[in-house]
Design a protein around this ligand. Sequence first.
Ligand SMILES: [Zn+2]
Ligand SMILES: [Zn+2]
Length: 407
Amino acid sequence: MRCPVLSCRDCGAVQTRPSVAGYDLLLCAECDCQLERRTGRSLAAALALSATTLALLIPANFLPFLSTSVLGSPRQSYLVSGVTVMWRQEWPLLAIAVALFLIVLPFVRFGLLTVVLVLVQRETSPAWLGRVFRWSNGLQIWAMADVFLLGLLVAYERLAATVHTTLGIGAYCFIAAAIATLLTRATLDTDEIWERIRPSDDSCDLDGVVTCGACEMVMRHPEPGCLCPRCGARISRRIPDAISASIALTVAGMLLYIPANLYAIARIPIGFTPTSYTILGGVIELVDAHLFGLAALVFVASFAIPFFKLVGLAWCIASVLRRSTFALSAKTKTYRVVEEIGRWSMVDPFVVACFVPVTQYNAAFTSSAEPAATYFTAVVVLTMLAAQVFDPRLMWDAAKQKQRRLP
Ligand SMILES: [Zn+2]
Ligand SMILES: [Zn+2]
């Protein structure tokens, strides 16, 4: 049985769960956002898909990924080759970020998730299981196999326009793994797993309710700073220092957004001429090459999404500072969109990671990352962190405070 009390992640409203069984979608009584969705969820399907992802990541990492051929001279890459070439070309921060998002974190995320799902299916729940599931959930946005698919698509189209390019078995395994990660997420019933790890109580008392930010376990009048008995996260009514931390990260993101757009992001051979391009310059090159779909994709992922994230975060932070009561639902939805789409702007750095290992032929046909690639990756990471440390419930708290003060 699921806990009869729940608290909205978006507005903080504490409410009781409807007693009817078998509903598919539950909306918040105060802000109308989605509290829970059950359609299409299945523990068995999530386990099969998570294990499949993990199994596919092994050949994806160890079998040939991309190969090109210029005048009968071939070059072949593995998934890790982009990281090693960028490291050798002295872009260490970029190389580390790509290695983490593409190689290390997908393995860790799906390794941990598979362990949790196997144990939950077997109905065994060791004391560390909640902690492990919390870590696995926390890594979900940072394991970017799905985002890399778009990077691979753009890189392949650009390479194939100039030289003979083929995808290796590793690339096909990676594409399958990336699709399996998306399906795993769609079928994973997080609430059900938490209930199986440690069931909530069945009290309907709404007094003094504080929910765990990680697993949504309901507690009543918890000691300040205590740890969640289910997942080990520190319990607080709202995320501590949410405003100062999100302001610092958003401002840093805004400052780095300028060099990320002014400097070149990469140098690649276009028609056998090494060409440095900025983010918007790359979009124009794609339009000139009549690759209109890719141009739209890169424009949205690399220019529009980061801009929208910075403006959206600033709007939400300003709402708390000004205790605004205006359009709270719209701001909350904007925040959720910012949180969700942030990772999809890593496409351009991933294109560079695909390109560099298979284009090292000679001075005329070579490619490398350029300064903006590091600035741009930093913008993506900073805005993702800013969205994670921001607490949308503060907007609703601030608006209520203002309303209480009005006569
Ligand atoms: Zn709500
Ligand atoms: Zn918890």
